[in-house]
Design a protein around this ligand. Structure first.
Ligand code: ZN
Length: 216
């Protein structure tokens, strides 16, 4: 059984000048949980299109990339500067399998009980994707004249980062000046400073992401 505490979602919403409604964050996380993107087989396309449609509503330029049938990643941009690379917010849309133990809650309903939200991928990492989507929404109208934002929501992270590997081979990914990865780290911020020309995390970040995967 995997759940996230809702209070940390509230704290994320209060960071800096980016504000988001706690109810919006919970509702968006629940909407993402309803897409069964268990990997294998993944099938992230419907979830990716859902996120992409929201981003288009909020003024982002949205593109999709499929490395295989229904294995869809999203690249969405707002603002931008020819002289500086944008801030990249990234997360993955697939989730790990349900496991051998029976669930006492529907893993794809996004049920809440008190301050807990239940569902496969609630922690790793649809709550993180929802937080990044709402942060992007909040910032989209405030970034004129800045390097801008690019959101990269990838397919097939679980089991080897296959989606991001294929995405890095395309022209869609471009470069990033800095990257925030929404992986769960037990609410402890971690950093990795190794930069690359493509929007792929450095080895330290990948090791942290691998450790976090086991938290479901
Ligand atoms: Zn993850």
């Amino acid at each position: 059984m995997v759940c996230v505490r809702l209070n940390p979602v509230k704290r994320i919403g209060e960071v800096s000048s980016v504000r988001m409604s706690e109810q919006d964050a919970i509702a968006l996380t629940r909407s993402l949980l309803r897409f069964a993107t268990v990997n294998p087989p993944g099938r992230e396309r419907d979830c990716a299109r859902h996120a992409g449609a929201l981003l288009e509503q909020w003024g982002f330029r949205v593109e999709y990339h499929e490395y295989a049938e229904a294995r869809t990643s999203v690249i969405a941009r707002a603002g931008g500067s020819p002289s500086k690379a944008p801030l990249c917010l990234t997360g993955h849309l697939d989730v790990v399998p349900l496991g051998a133990r029976a669930w006492t809650r529907d893993p794809f309903a996004g049920e809440t009980d008190g301050d807990r939200l239940y569902g496969r991928g609630s922690s790793d990492m649809k709550a993180g994707v929802a937080a990044m989507l709402l942060a992007a929404k909040s910032l989209a109208k405030k970034i004129s004249g800045t390097p801008g934002i690019v959101l990269v929501l990838t397919a097939a992270e679980e089991g080897g980062c296959i989606g991001s590997y294929h995405l890095a081979q395309t022209r869609l990914l471009g470069s990033a000046g800095a990257m925030i990865v929404g992986e769960p780290t037990r609410t402890i911020r971690t950093s990795a400073t190794r930069a690359r020309s493509s929007s792929t995390p450095g080895s330290a970040a990948r090791r942290r992401m691998a450790r976090c995967r086991s938290s479901g």
